[in-house]
Design a protein around this ligand. Structure first.
Ligand SMILES: C[S@@+](CC[C@H](N)C(=O)[O-])C[C@H]1O[C@@H](n2cnc3c(N)ncnc32)[C@H](O)[C@@H]1O
Length: 196
């Protein structure tokens, strides 16, 4: 379906299409593989789902999950609906055709986002979905360490960094207990913060 719909809907980067299973499906699958056995997984929120990576792959492979796919582009949402219907998983998949910032919930057991935004923005957007036992599962590329450093300016969090099985330069971040913080050395001012 990805290949059929690509010409009209421009779902993924054309250069990845020939190798789409490895680049998108298997790359998403490895995120599911990293979930600790004890992790609750009833509610899964995937931010910026695009063509369903990793959200739809999670819906297929984690049958106890209800998966919320958030994607602001209508065309991509039409594709997500069609795939979910074809796979017979539409009952467990909710597609939100809105901007992430406009949502208020639900509280998630798992929050994922792939190739959607830098870590500080993801934490800012995703906090509204964080509950008590939420695990954030975020694949990141070679800028992972810089993004973590940036995020630490505005947030505290527990972090575990796992290797990626599909890309030696990438990392999979497992994050918990995200809190917004004001670091010493930053002072509030109208419209933002500045370093003294
Ligand atoms: C580069 S694509 C990645 C899609 C998919 N996660 C993947 O890995 O193939 C990023 C997607 O996030 C969506 N997106 C970006 N910002 C968003 C926002 N604020 N609210 C909802 N969707 C957003 C875009 O429309 C786009 O489809």
């Amino acid at each position: 379906m990805l290949k059929d719909w690509q010409a009209r809907f421009n779902l993924v980067s054309p250069s990845t299409l020939d190798n789409a299973y490895a680049r998108h499906i298997d790359d998403s699958l490895q995120l599911v593989e990293t979930l600790p056995g004890s992790q609750p997984r009833k509610i899964w929120v995937d931010m910026g789902s695009g063509a369903g990576f990793p959200g739809l792959v999670a819906a297929v492979t984690v049958p106890e999950s209800r998966v919320h796919l958030i994607e602001s582009r209508d065309k991509k949402c039409r594709f997500l609906e069609a795939v979910a219907a074809k796979l017979g998983i539409a009952e467990r998949v909710t597609i939100h055709s809105v901007r992430i910032e406009s949502m208020q919930g639900p509280k998630a057991d798992i929050i994922s986002a792939r190739a959607c935004a830098g870590l500080p923005k993801l934490l800012d957007w995703g906090l509204r979905f964080q509950g008590r036992d939420t695990l954030w599962v975020l694949p990141k590329g070679r800028r992972a360490l810089d993004e973590i450093e940036d995020a630490e300016k505005d947030f505290s969090f527990e972090l575990e960094t796992l290797p990626s099985r599909t890309d030696p330069e990438a990392r999979i971040l497992h994050i918990r207990d995200v809190k917004r913080v004001r670091r010493p050395g930053f002072e509030a001012r109208k419209g933002g913060r500045k370093r003294p």
